[in-house]
Design a protein around this ligand. Structure first.
Ligand code: AMP
Ligand code: MG
Length: 486
């Protein structure tokens, strides 16, 4: 790996140098060769044993400058002035084939200065979950950190029960979070704040440098990417689960796949996370929470927005107002595409809301409803109709949708094709992930994991070999809770 570590060159208080703690018997589960190639990693003469050594932290590659990043964050609304990488180590940054700067980070690699009472380790289950879900996001075209490698450690970690340990290697545009800005703001470290903002502009928003107010332009750009990201989540039924400010990357990538899940049956207030008792991070709350997180970021940036505090507050508020205005528009554009509508018309919002209401009442599978609607565009509406309890109401809705579609003058085949490009057939369903994890943890069997990685790689295709990954869970298979596993 050709490292060039810009974060390590920032002042000392930004991070803590730390070496990964070696593990007993590292074994490679998965290595993402396509991604490694994109990153320009030279694999000549590198065998699985060597890969396991590197991606468990037992061997530190040349040029790496391992460190744990400092950050703060609001966790479920409560501010914690110091969090930081408690079980992760940033090896360094590489320039990918397109010239993009990418972080390579080990997760579960042992304690750091920020571990507090944690052991710095990760259990195998969450490692496999993050691998699958982050690669599924990528395949769905949603910005997300990527999975480069997963290894087992040959050691046990103690959670509620003893579990096999793992190390996950993730690749990110960067690991700077809203909480990173909060770390410096909480310390009234204006110099640190400015240094961080400049780093973020250089790295993610170079065009902001040309603006009259570069830091305002940066805030605006971060808000826009976040708006777009959360909209994309909603389109595929994704629930992040822990949208704390330390889990929101300023790059606009989805980060930290803990108790996340894709919903099966549709409900706007769906929550999976075992630790989200109040439903703060429920499906439909996500846009509001993203905006709340951006407001926390804006507060940190006030001193950089304008010397006059009132003026700075006005500028920050204008960004938040833009977010609030942009989201519903983006959402409607996204859902129009799901319905196969290429133009905008007056009653579209109502058409969508009526469908969602029907879906909620019949507790239909979110993904299958939209996927079966693709066939309805070609006159094959049976599967779609069959999902609803009130078939008459579904038929009535179908008629309205068909009439609306007809205004566009596209053929049914054309419309269906466009719809199949945005409505996935395969999502990483919870019950399948649970099966994958059970096989690995209980039987040391990684075959289901590898099969699932293949299944989620082409989410918009209906491949007969992967039919089981398209199916909604049977009643006894349904998963109601997901866990961080931290
Ligand atoms: P997360 O819920 O994974 O986003 O983590 C929240 C915070 O807790 C971060 O500062 C993590 O580094 C820290 N943390 C989570 N699990 C552990 C662990 N096993 N050991 C040390 N720190 C941890
Ligand atoms: Mg986190």
């Amino acid at each position: 790996m050709q490292f060039d570590n810009s974060y390590a060159r920032l002042p000392e208080r930004f991070s803590a140098a730390v070496l990964p703690t070696p593990v007993k018997a590292p074994r490679l589960i998965a290595f993402n060769r396509a991604l490694a190639d994109e990153l320009g990693i030279d694999l000549d003469g590198v065998d699985d044993e060597r890969l396991a050594a590197i991606f468990s932290g037992n061997a530190v590659p040349q040029g790496a400058e391992p460190l744990a990043m400092a950050y703060a964050g609001h966790q479920f609304g409560n501010f914690v002035p110091q969090l930081g990488d408690g079980r992760a180590v940033l090896l360094g940054e590489v320039l990918d084939r397109k010239g993009g700067r990418r972080d390579i980070q080990l997760k579960g690699s042992g304690p750091t200065r920020f571990s507090r009472r944690g052991d710095g380790r990760a259990a195998l289950g969450p490692v496999l979950r993050e691998y699958i879900v982050s690669e599924a996001m990528f395949a769905l075209g949603i910005p997300a950190t990527r999975a480069l490698a997963a290894v087992t450690t040959g050691e046990r970690v103690q959670r509620e029960i003893g579990l096999p340990g793992g190390v996950f290697t993730r690749v990110a545009a960067s690991h700077v979070r809203v909480g990173t800005f909060q770390f410096f703001a909480a310390r009234e470290d204006g110099e640190g704040l400015k240094t961080l903002a400049d780093h973020v502009i250089d790295r993610h928003y170079p065009e902001a440098r040309q603006a009259g107010r570069p830091y305002l332009a940066m805030l605006q750009a971060i808000a826009e990417r976040q708006c777009d990201l959360v909209c994309r989540w909603l389109m595929v039924g994704f629930i992040h689960g822990v949208m704390n400010t330390d889990n929101m990357a300023v790059s606009g990538e989805t980060i930290d796949f803990g108790p996340c899940a894709f919903m099966d049956e549709y409900h706007p207030n769906k929550v999976f996370s075992s630790i989200d008792a109040q439903g703060r991070y429920a499906y439909n709350n996500q846009p509001g929470i993203a905006q709340w997180n951006i407001a926390r970021l804006a507060e940190c940036l006030l001193p950089l927005l304008d010397e006059d505090q009132d003026k700075a507050v006005d500028l920050a508020n204008s960004v938040l107002a833009d977010f609030a205005k942009a989201f519903p528009k983006r959402w409607l554009a996204g859902i129009r595409a799901k319905l196969g509508l290429a133009s905008e018309a007056e009653g579209d919002e109502q058409l969508v809301q009526d469908l969602l209401a029907l879906m909620q009442r019949s507790e239909v599978d979110y993904t299958l409803t939209f996927r079966s609607l693709c066939s309805a565009a070609q006159g094959k509406a049976e599967a779609f109709r069959g999902m609803f309890i009130d078939i008459a109401a579904a038929d009535e809705w179908l008629k309205r949708w068909q009439a609306r579609s007809a205004q566009e003058g596209r053929s049914g085949d054309e419309q269906a094709k466009a719809m199949r490009a945005v409505n996935p057939a395969v999502i990483p369903r919870n019950h399948r992930i649970e099966e994958v994890i059970a096989a690995a943890v209980e039987d040391d069997d990684f075959e289901p994991f590898h099969e699932m990685v293949k299944a989620i790689a082409r989410p918009f295709e209906e491949r007969p070999d992967y039919a089981v990954y398209m199916q909604a869970p049977m009643n006894h298979e349904r998963v109601f809770r997901t866990f961080c596993g931290t």
